[in-house]
Design a binder for this molecule. Structure first.
Ligand SMILES: O=P(O)(O)OC[C@H]1O[C@H](OP(=O)(O)OP(=O)(O)O)[C@H](O)[C@@H]1O
Ligand SMILES: O=c1cc[nH]c(=O)[nH]1
Ligand SMILES: [Mg+2]
Length: 209
């Protein structure tokens, strides 16, 4: 990927995102929409996966058919809300190895607090990091640093909503990591929430508020 930031403006993505932003959309619908959008966003973030060919026989003749090359990709979910993107993408790439980075944002400092880290071997793999929200960028920047320490080299970051502050933070800390998102919103509010945003993604997914 050559662009640092790709905004997926596909009408289906934008339509579903608008329903997710709506404060009256209930948790089960929110979760289903996130699953659907995850697969549409996955189409974009995986577009430069390497292909090779395999000799196969169709019912009519032999051909060299394109198949994915290289080791299985790794999908890394930033807990909790990342799991809302993970399941749908895993359906498209069932061969992927899966890892989890447990982080929550300290509400006062907006710094990420780490509580879990379990990832597959990352050397040589394409690594897709998923989290619906890129706000200050502190969580995603920290997660990517941990993954690089664990051996990841070839990373992509996939989110649903990004704030300009988070994009700038990622660009400064990890200019080598392309970001794919459904929307670049206006700004962060005083509490570090994306505006207009959709609220707290984890709470809306799991009904914790
Ligand atoms: O860019 P940042 O300012 O770091 O904010 C984004 C982070 O905040 C949210 O997680 P949260 O801390 O609410 O944890 P949760 O997924 O458990 O709800 C979100 O899912 C990101 O991980
Ligand atoms: O707007 C925001 C910011 C951080 N985390 C969220 O879930 N939402
Ligand atoms: Mg949350």
């Amino acid at each position: 990927m050559t662009e640092h930031l790709t905004v997926v403006r596909h009408p289906l993505v934008q339509h579903k995102l608008s329903h997710m932003r709506d404060a009256t959309t209930p948790t089960p619908v929110f979760r289903q929409l996130l699953r659907e959008v995850s697969q549409l966003l996955a189409y974009e973030v995986t577009r430069d996966m390497a292909l090779t060919t395999r000799r196969i026989d169709t019912p009519l003749q032999a051909m060299d058919a394109p198949v994915l090359d290289g080791p299985e990709p790794a999908l890394i979910s930033i807990l909790r809300a990342g799991n809302g993107l993970l399941d749908g993408i895993l359906e498209l790439m069932p061969q992927a190895r899966v890892g989890f980075v447990g982080l929550y944002r300290d509400e006062a400092t907006l710094e990420p607090v780490k509580y879990y880290f379990k990832v597959p071997p990352l050397e040589g793999r394409m690594v897709f990091v998923v989290d619906p929200m890129l706000a200050t960028g502190n969580s995603s920047a920290a997660a990517v640093s941990m993954l690089k320490e664990a051996g990841a080299v070839n990373l992509r970051f996939l989110c649903l909503l990004a704030a300009p502050e988070g994009v700038a933070r990622m660009r400064a800390a990890h200019p080598d990591v392309p970001i794919v998102t459904a929307a670049l919103d206006a700004r962060l509010d005083a509490r570090g929430y994306i505006v207009p945003g959709l609220g707290d993604a984890g709470d809306r997914m799991f009904g914790t508020k």
